[in-house]
Design a protein around this ligand. Sequence first.
Ligand SMILES: Nc1ncnc2c1ncn2[C@@H]1O[C@H](COP(=O)(O)OP(=O)(O)O)[C@@H](O)[C@H]1O
Ligand SMILES: CCCC(=O)OP(=O)(O)O
Length: 355
Amino acid sequence: MPLILVINPGSTSTKVAVFKDTVPLFTETLRHNTEELSKYKSIIDQFEFRTQAILNMLKEKGISLSEIDAIVGRGGLLKPIESGTYIVNEKMIEDLKKAERGEHASNLGGIIAYTLAKEHNIPAYIVDPVVVDELEDVARITGMPEIEKSSIFHALNQKAIARRLAADLHKKYEEVNLIIAHLGGGISVGAHKHGRVVDVNDALNGEGPFSPERAGGLPVLDLVKLCYSGKYTYQEMKKKLIGQGGIVAHLGTNDVREVYKKIEEGDKKAELVLEAMAYQTAKEIGAMAVVLKGHVDAVGITGGIAYNEDFVKRISERVKFIAPVYVYPGEDEMLALAQGAYRVLSGEEKAKMYS
Ligand SMILES: Nc1ncnc2c1ncn2[C@@H]1O[C@H](COP(=O)(O)OP(=O)(O)O)[C@@H](O)[C@H]1O
Ligand SMILES: CCCC(=O)OP(=O)(O)O
């Protein structure tokens, strides 16, 4: 019965778990506030900090790395690839370190898994990275031929929750049309058509709703003007869009629980900004209903923010005319990662090779 270490770096957290086969021994979430993360210039600079946090957690739980049989991490911004479990190889590490497709905490999932696994001579995997690409061609075209739309989203959790929702409908994932909204540090809304995510907002690079730390879609020419205003460097502009945008920019925190505290204390601006995030998310769900030509079996709402019933209600009341709304607070990512690694370790599936 293999012991599997699961590492899931998100933009606002590092989640760590150890599974025996596919049974969790423990799962912990280490939350990182804006102040803690703003010390680091780039995501790769967070390597030591996040690795140490994981090692401390293992020590606290009395588990030694020498007992672990395989490590699986959340996959990052690689080339667009199909869904599945991939062995972490040198080429993948090179691409994650170069970060040519962008910087996101999930880049560290593969890198940390590989580094720790190498020291202990065990395999490292990633499963359903954020670049899983099942877009229909029509969804790729933008109005500027030089710019093609990308599929960058919470693929791991969206797929896991979509399967769970299909099961709750007593159907197979491949038989239903679903819209899944993941509400995390980033927000992604995907149209799942018979088991494929045929359209989804790029949750990293400025499409769809703003989120706790992303600016989301913006009036384009105003953005161009700001870029050329001479006020900001490229790196500063990037931070304003990814990491320091959205709720952080408006309210100075990436923690939606803090926003609710402000609202309880009578902060009207906090209430309006929060309502706007729910409004934009609902609007994106509406757009995905159009992608599916109105044939929607259910809408699923998931991610950390889905723990908050008020926020879910703000979305549901706008979208419940489309299809029944199901809520899955948090995520199924840790189990999905462990299951992906286990399918390979048990010989049920062959690991895919990234090239
Ligand atoms: N109980 C809760 N109520 C409301 N928001 C929450 C709760 N727990 C976490 N969140 C919010 O969820 C967001 C993080 O979601 P999560 O899915 O864990 O994302 P990530 O993978 O980006 O770290 C943060 O803004 C956090 O404040
Ligand atoms: C990079 C797309 C997935 C995403 O936004 O993840 P987080 O919510 O963990 O930042």
